[in-house]
Design a protein around this ligand. Structure first.
Ligand SMILES: Nc1nc2c(ncn2[C@@H]2O[C@H](COP(=O)(O)OP(=O)(O)OP(=O)(O)O)[C@@H](O)[C@H]2O)c(=O)[nH]1
Ligand SMILES: [Mg+2]
Length: 482
């Protein structure tokens, strides 16, 4: 079967094997597919295209894909065609070919994975057998590390509107120059939604369904939520009340994401909320910034003080965990340069003999970048998460991933630095750092230059019809001179 038999707009699958050659050639030419061996397979010669829409090769927006099984040179696709191909690939994974899980398990490199009856390819692989590499532009292919941006979303119109805006904004303010892959974790996006999101921008998107244990069993829930029909999975109301989906994404981002098969092959993971955006263009590449210093394990845009609502009893349980390990918080607190020092306070000015307490400061995960191996299963951070998960606080108390990240990262960084050299003689110290990038999320906004300031734009700035009216869209503008 030809390559092209797999490719078509979602609503109309064209079997080119039975289509007249002239139609195929016309289609290829109209989409500016240029010279490639697959076009030649169809015996196309130039001049088939009679449509006025045919245009000459501009060289812009080209994307390269190659097959792991073919010795042939990579194929260069024009953007519209590549996008359609990605839509098709995304929909195909719903019905994987029989035996794909076994086939994938034989590969030396993880190209994909199956859970139950559905399979997914991992970056950079695509296709029904996860054997086609979609490795992006020259800028993407030249990186000596594997970086990816991620979002998590459900199929609620508000969140999809936010994500649509976020994808456009991420592309225009940053990714256009880099072409990093984007992972979208979801708890069930319809085919239409996935197709729509893929068609919005040239971002290379991989969709990943959240794991089977994303949602809790009913007996893990506090009685008052389990008893309300709205409180259980499918709740339509806001996360600020009872939504299980919101709690589930907090828990997922607090720990399980770092062991997800789509993430274990990634070096650096940059997480954004669907309502995160960049009010101006980024000047530096956050992945390069992390890669340039081996000590950097987590970058955050800002710390904030969280409410009791998303953190009740978190400190008590954390303290219990530290006590059990013999972790001396008071001693750790004395390192004034550390993340731990920033998120702890002592009641008295002289802290000798007084245990520092968590000051409710959290590391905001609406924009953070992590070195995956510092947080992956088997690490100190993962062990701390496992304890918190076991005591059920994500479901009972709506613990936020931002709070868990702050306490867990601060603890893991401190212990790592204390034990430097004991386990791995060549280990380098670990640090958390602030990302110096323009960024906005709801009421928070940062611009980079002192002569620019954040300005809130009107609703129409989102250019998304269902944009939630209460969410701000920001831009950076030059300050008016006095
Ligand atoms: N998969 C999934 N994602 C969700 C669900 N609820 C929220 N999210 C996503 O989780 C992230 C955080 O949700 P937000 O609504 O931005 O919550 P927040 O930033 O903590 O709070 P606000 O921004 O102040 O509303 C966003 O990317 C949402 O799209 C859910 O039920 N399922
Ligand atoms: Mg948010």
């Amino acid at each position: 079967m030809s390559y092209y038999a797999n490719i078509a707009p979602p609503s109309a699958i064209i079997n080119v094997d039975s289509a007249p050659a002239v139609m195929v050639c016309d289609f290829l030419e109209r989409n500016q597919l240029g010279p490639d061996t697959n076009v030649l397979d169809h015996n196309c010669t130039s001049g088939h295209c009679t449509s006025e829409h045919c245009s000459t090769d501009s060289g812009e927006g080209e994307l390269m894909i190659s097959s792991v099984n073919q010795a042939s040179s990579p194929m260069v696709l024009k953007l519209p065609f590549a996008q359609q191909r990605r839509v098709q690939w995304s929909l195909e994974t719903e019905n994987p070919v029989l035996g794909l899980g076994y086939h994938l398990s034989l590969s030396d490199v993880r190209r994909g994975f199956c859970r139950g009856s559905s399979c997914e390819c991992v970056v950079p692989y695509r296709g029904p057998l996860c054997d086609v590499e979609d490795s992006g532009t020259e800028a993407a292919r030249s990186k000596p590390f594997r970086g990816a941006i991620h979002f998590i979303v459900n199929d609620e119109p508000d969140h999809i509107a936010e994500l649509s805006q976020a994808l456009r904004n991420t592309w225009s303010q940053f990714n256009e120059g880099y072409d990093y892959p984007i992972l979208i974790f979801h708890d069930g996006l319809s085919s239409q939604t996935r197709a729509r999101l893929l068609n919005l921008t040239p971002n290379r998107i991989w969709f990943h369904h959240v794991p089977d244990d994303f949602f809790p069993s009913k007996d893990q829930l506090p009685v008052e939520i389990a008893a309300t029909p709205e409180g259980y999975v499918g709740a339509s109301f806001s996360h600020h009340s009872f939504s299980i989906g919101y709690r589930a994404q907090c828990r997922f981002r607090a720990g399980p994401i770092f062991g997800h098969p789509a993430v274990t092959g990634i070096d650096y993971l940059w997480g954004l909320d669907t309502d995160s955006h960049f009010p101006e263009k980024l000047r530096d590449d956050p992945f390069e910034v992390m890669h340039s210093n081996e000590s950097r394990v987590i970058g955050y845009r800002y710390l904030a003080v969280t409410t009791q609502r998303s953190s009740s009893h978190l400190w008590e349980f954390t303290h219990l965990y530290f006590e059990r390990l013999g972790f001396d918080v008071a001693q750790a607190y004395r390192n004034r340069q550390s993340l731990l020092n920033e998120i702890m306070d002592v009641a008295a000015s002289d802290y000798a003999g007084v245990a520092p307490q968590w000051n409710q400061r959290v590391l905001m995960t609406d924009c953070e970048i992590v070195r995956v191996r510092f947080f992956a299963p088997g690490t100190r951070y993962a062990a701390y998460f496992a304890f918190l998960d076991d005591v059920g606080g994500f479901w009972r108390h709506r613990w936020g991933d931002h709070a868990v990240r702050a306490l867990g990262a601060a603890f893991a960084i401190h212990v790592h630095n204390e034990q430097l050299g004991e386990i791995q003689p060549k280990a380098v110290p670990a640090v958390a750092y602030q990302m110096q990038i323009p960024f906005a999320h709801q009421a928070t906004c940062f611009c980079m230059d002192t002569d620019t300031t954040c300005v809130q734009l009107g609703l129409e700035a989102s250019a998304v019809p269902l944009w939630p009216a209460h969410k701000a869209v920001w831009t950076c503008q030059r300050k008016l001179s006095a």
